[in-house]
Ligand binder design. Structure first.
Ligand code: NAD
Length: 279
């Protein structure tokens, strides 16, 4: 068993991005990422802090807009619209979830596809679905990058993705399909989940439940990617029963230190890509 070390890979990605940011700077282009937080969700606060720190590390300028939880729909839309039309801003990230009462879809639609560094827009999802160049959601893109840098072959392999959310499971399945894997997507209504998982050469789990993937669901020698982030008794863990599953795998991601750091690295990458396109 080998660990898929997301911390290490993310550090490599950041080193490459630092050089690209410096090249852009030499041509007079600043890479600016706008981050919008509405309300005081504590997890959002931590995520944003991590993203800002990562921006600083590669030379991306973060612009953080913090709005109170009682921000009206019109106020939220005005902030996002202003960032959308500001030529200095290369990418816009609206940290989800938004406080109840705000129309998330309407706010997200105001981000133009070229500044949509989260890859959530209908245009970017549509491009991905039709296997054309797109800005891809950071988490599944980070998983692909982790697999690629560890030279894990995908063409012709059986891949099973557990979870079908728009930000993880669905784009993950599309990326694996585009990489010529044979993909099965499982979700809360799937029957016979364990048997399906046992067929997987690559098993990706994005459910959000500790110890969801147990040893009896994993084929001997499979690659297991744990996207889940769960907090139990103040400790972070993934969706995979790591101690029981790891000995049966050829590669497995730890939590923390697996997919998480890659997600942040891909956000930076999407932002640098956007800046290069704008130049
Ligand atoms: P979500 O709640 O939107 O989706 C969960 C998915 O799990 C759903 O598609 C659902 O159908 C599926 N599911 C639920 N119960 C199931 C069951 N019994 N059998 C099979 N499938 C089942 O969550 P999400 O936003 O996709 O996130 C999933 C997990 O990944 C969460 O723990 C989240 O915190 C984590 N996450 C991690 C990162 C990262 O950077 N590592 C990024 C995003 C999300």
């Amino acid at each position: 068993m080998k660990l898929l070390d997301g911390k290490l890979c993310a550090a490599e990605v950041r080193t490459e991005l630092k050089a690209r940011v410096a090249r852009l700077a030499a041509e007079g282009k600043k890479v600016v990422l706008a981050v919008v937080r509405i309300g005081d969700d504590p997890a959002s606060e931590i995520y944003i802090r991590n993203k800002v720190r990562a921006c600083d590390e590669v030379g991306i300028v973060p612009v953080v807009r913090i709005l109170p939880a009682d921000t009206s729909q019109a106020e939220a839309e005005a902030v996002v619209s202003a960032l959308s039309s500001d030529p200095e801003i290369c990418g816009i990230l609206v940290q989800l979830p938004l406080p109840a009462g705000l129309d998330e879809a309407r706010i997200m639609r105001l981000i133009p596809p070229e500044k949509d560094v989260d890859g959530f827009s209908a245009q970017n999802l549509g491009l991905l679905a039709s296997d054309r160049p797109a800005t891809v959601a950071c988490t599944p893109q980070g998983v692909m990058e982790l697999l690629r840098r560890n030279m894990i072959p995908l063409a012709g392999k059986r891949a099973v993705v557990i979870g079908r959310s728009n930000i993880v499971g669905r784009p993950m399945a599309l990326l694996l399909l585009n990489a010529d894997a044979t993909v099965t997507v499982c979700h809360s209504k799937t029957q016979g989940l364990a048997a399906i998982c046992r067929e997987a050469d690559l098993l990706v789990c994005a459910v959000g439940r500790p110890n969801f993937v147990t040893a009896d669901m994993v084929k001997e020698g499979a690659v297991v990617v744990d996207v889940g982030i769960n907090r139990t008794a103040g400790k972070l863990c993934g969706d995979v029963d790591f101690a029981a599953v790891a000995p049966h795998t050829s590669y497995i991601t730890p939590v923390p230190g697996g997919v998480g750091p890659m997600t942040v690295a891909m956000l930076l990458k999407n932002c640098v890509d956007a800046a290069e396109r704008q130049l």
